[in-house]
Ligand binder design. Structure first.
Ligand code: BTN
Length: 262
């Protein structure tokens, strides 16, 4: 981990937290900053995004002041196949932060949704820039963005929820942000070693509520039905279709029913 020269101090804390009333997208902003050489650990937080981005080219919308919308710039030295662990580190940190400030411990629905039961509470989107300057040789530049519905249960008709709704009381966004950045410190450190990465992967398997359920996976090429039986080494979803085990790297998952207890 880098020392005191950048926003990550010697204790690994995120010291450069940039706050905005409005941004196009915190991910887009940090990718621009990364391209201009911003240091690892820079954080962008916005009250409102005019062009928030979701997974698979979707938009991410929230009225002003209702959600925690932030992105974190990471520049880890990671093997190419393990980049998804950056997203996992942030999703796990966000889930634990929710538990700390609200008492609600979300699960992680593959690949990175924060869920309470079958309702979506938040999402994580990692974007990388292979050309960005500013990292040490061998490091990759990844911007990981998180959107958490704090005071607004998501767009109508989506069946999403908010921390306020799930906890039955208001939750303070600043407290959630502070808890999330605190949770990220040890997880960022874990990205730097084989043992740490194995720990993150194990933590993700433990928290992934998709494993053990019947799923339908919407792929670009059609859909796939089966039972989610685990995660591959790089976070792929392993789906047993009854005739084969398929490895899914990207797609939308619908939990069709929980597996009955053994
Ligand atoms: C998903 O589709 O589930 C991922 C949503 C990620 C949304 C967050 S909000 C903060 C950050 N900036 C963006 O433009 N997107 C992410």
């Amino acid at each position: 981990m880098s020392g005191g020269a950048g926003p990550l101090d010697d204790a690994g804390r995120f010291g450069d937290v940039r706050r905005f009333d409005t941004l196009d997208s915190t991910n887009a902003y940090l990718l621009r900053e990364a391209g201009a050489g911003a240091a690892e650990g820079t954080v962008a937080v916005a009250d409102y995004q005019t062009a928030g981005r979701g997974r698979l080219g979707r938009s991410w919308e929230a009225p002003p002041g209702t959600s925690l919308l932030l992105s974190i710039l990471l520049r880890p030295a990671l093997p190419a196949g393990e980049l998804t662990l950056c997203t996992a580190a942030v999703a796990l940190g966000a889930a634990d932060a929710c538990a700390t400030v609200s008492g609600i411990a979300p699960g992680i629905k593959w690949p990175n949704d924060l869920v309470v039961g079958d309702r979506k509470l938040g999402g994580v989107l990692a974007e990388s820039d292979p050309d960005a300057r500013g990292g040490a040789p061998g490091c990759v530049t990844v911007v990981v963005g998180v959107g958490i519905n704090v005071d607004w249960p998501g767009p109508e008709g989506t069946g999403a929820t908010s921390l306020r709704q799930a906890a039955g009381r208001p939750v303070h966004r600043e407290a959630l942000l502070a808890a999330l950045l605190e949770e990220l410190i040890p997880r960022r450190a874990s990205l730097a070693s084989d043992e740490g990465r194995a720990r993150l992967a194990a933590e993700l398997r433990d928290r992934c509520v998709t494993i053990g359920t019947q799923v339908r996976v919407e792929l670009a090429s059609g859909s796939l039905v089966g039972r989610a039986i685990g995660l591959g080494a790089s976070g792929q979803l392993l789906v047993d279709t009854g005739t084969a085990v398929r490895m899914v790297t990207a797609g939308d998952v619908v939990h069709t029913r929980a597996e009955p207890p053994a």
